[in-house]
Design a protein around this ligand. Structure first.
Ligand code: SAJ
Length: 436
């Protein structure tokens, strides 16, 4: 049945469309639930059978989605979860939220996108709107997805409509749930953009159309490259300030009083997570194909990647000052996730630090209330049971992630030395505290 743009447009306006969300991770699941909560029929397509079973048992595996919320939405609304792309046959709109990791040599890995699009193309009906949300290099939508969907004689802007709309989910940020985060949408044609805008207006307060999918792809990469470059800058200034015997934390706090033209970033033990270390390298890689070498991205990436080594060197320098042989020291890492209060170890600098210390044959333990055990390469560790007696056994407590649930005055009272990479102890002049 031929479905021109007016048909799908009317269906979206009448909230009669069925939305398929491909990939039910930290982006796809909240998005799927948001559409379902607004009364649209939602088909979730997830290839991980374990996740599908959990969802069917109404058990959430995403921090930002509670099992209670999942139960409530599924009880009241129309949200089915499938492992097979056959579900696409019933969909009027398909949103792709699959991972875009890096391969070796920091090259983009869009194999998940390709696999998803091949599955979709086998079952897509004429008149369907397809939106890619996964963060990727500029040109992916047009150069990779379009040909895969046109393969069986489908023609863009006649048989289907294609957009890019960057995901902006911020895990753990309760101030900005999905519907409050403005959504950028760029289609391969104005008609596609218009449909994308109409679709997201069902769930998001502010939708921002842009002139093309390529612009929308670069918007997301600019946002995260901006963060990487500024984190690299403040990490470098922290190293510089230490040499100059200037407290970088006081400098940042005072600079932040400037009401315009300044945005504070904080030094840290390195940059982890699934976005900031990776997204700028997608841009760097594509720019190289256009004969442009981004010095900023390369430099910032290099600086933030050097922070774990720098933190270990600094800590060992301070241990020496206290008459302790660094490689004989007993170290306790406090907080191993990539940032505070988020249960996510992906590219966490704390893991790099553990590996560096292990290479020095240093006895390293960790405590993290969110992470009961961890295993990296051949190193298997369990989070220690925190007590005054145990704390006193360590020559240095190295704070890498400052979870709010930890009692830092208890830690201070019962430790011999603390290396604080997150300025937990702010103005404290206690002689046993060292900071970046
Ligand atoms: N970091 C610093 N100093 C800073 C900020 C971050 O060292 O001033 C470190 C963090 O400790 C962490 C890494 O950088 O290891 C990334 O931190 P992040 O705050 O950027 O958090 P992410 O990785 O969760 O980034 C996400 C991104 N969201 C999306 O891509 C949709 C990012 O665009 C958001 O701006 C960010 O959340 C956010 O603001 O929380």
């Amino acid at each position: 049945m031929k479905r021109g743009i007016s048909v799908i447009k009317q269906k979206i306006k009448d909230k009669q469309i069925k939305v398929a969300v491909v990939g039910l991770g930290y982006v796809g699941l909240p998005l799927a639930l948001e559409f379902a909560k607004r009364g649209l029929s939602v088909i979730g397509i997830e290839i991980d059978k374990h996740r599908v079973n959990q969802l069917r048992k109404r058990t959430s595996y995403i921090t930002d989605v509670t099992s209670q919320e999942l139960k409530a939405v599924c009880a009241k609304h129309d949200f089915v979860v499938l492992t097979d792309y056959k579900g696409i046959e019933k969909a009027d709109a398909v949103i792709i939220c699959v991972p875009t990791p890096l391969k070796r040599k920091y090259h983009p890995d869009i194999s998940y996108i390709k696999k998803a699009v091949r599955g979709i193309s086998r079952h897509i009906n004429k008149g369907t709107l397809v939106v890619l949300e996964s963060t990727t290099y500029p040109g992916t939508t047009e150069e990779v997805i379009l040909p895969l969907l046109e393969h069986k004689g489908f023609k863009h802007n006649r048989d289907f409509y294609l957009c890019f709309s960057p995901e902006r989910i911020d895990p753990g940020n309760l101030d900005y749930p999905v519907h409050k985060i403005p959504k950028v949408v760029g289609g391969l044609t104005p008609e596609a953009t218009q449909l994308g805008v109409l679709l997201y207006k069902n769930i998001i307060e502010k939708v921002v159309p842009v002139s093309s999918a390529r612009v929308a792809e670069v918007v997301k990469l600019l946002e995260n490259t901006f963060r990487l470059v500024n984190i690299g800058l403040i990490d470098e200034l922290a190293m510089m300030a230490h040499k100059m015997k200037v407290d970088i934390w006081e400098v940042i706090s005072a600079a932040s009083t400037k009401p315009f033209g300044f945005m504070p970033f904080l030094p840290g033990p390195g940059v982890g997570g699934h976005c900031i270390p990776k997204d700028p390298l997608y841009l760097y890689w594509k720019a190289r194909h256009h004969g442009f070498k981004s010095r900023f991205i390369k430099l910032a990436s290099g600086i933030v990647s050097s922070m774990p080594e720098y933190v270990v060197d600094r800590m060992q320098e301070e241990l020496k000052h206290r008459g302790i042989v660094p490689d004989k020291a007993k170290i306790l890492l406090m907080g191993v996730t990539y940032k505070k209060d988020v249960l996510d170890l992906r590219k966490s600098p704390a893991l790099d630090i553990i590996e560096i210390l292990a290479r020095h044959k240093v006895a390293v333990s960790y405590y993290d209330p969110l992470v009961p055990y961890l295993s990296i390469n051949q190193i298997d560790l369990k989070s220690i049971k925190l007590s005054a007696r145990v704390l006193r056994q360590f020559d240095c407590i190295l704070i890498c992630a400052a979870h709010t649930s930890v009692n830092y005055s208890f830690i201070l009272k019962n430790s011999q030395m603390i290396f604080d990479t997150r300025n937990v102890y702010k103005r404290s002049r206690d002689a046993k505290i060292y900071r970046l």
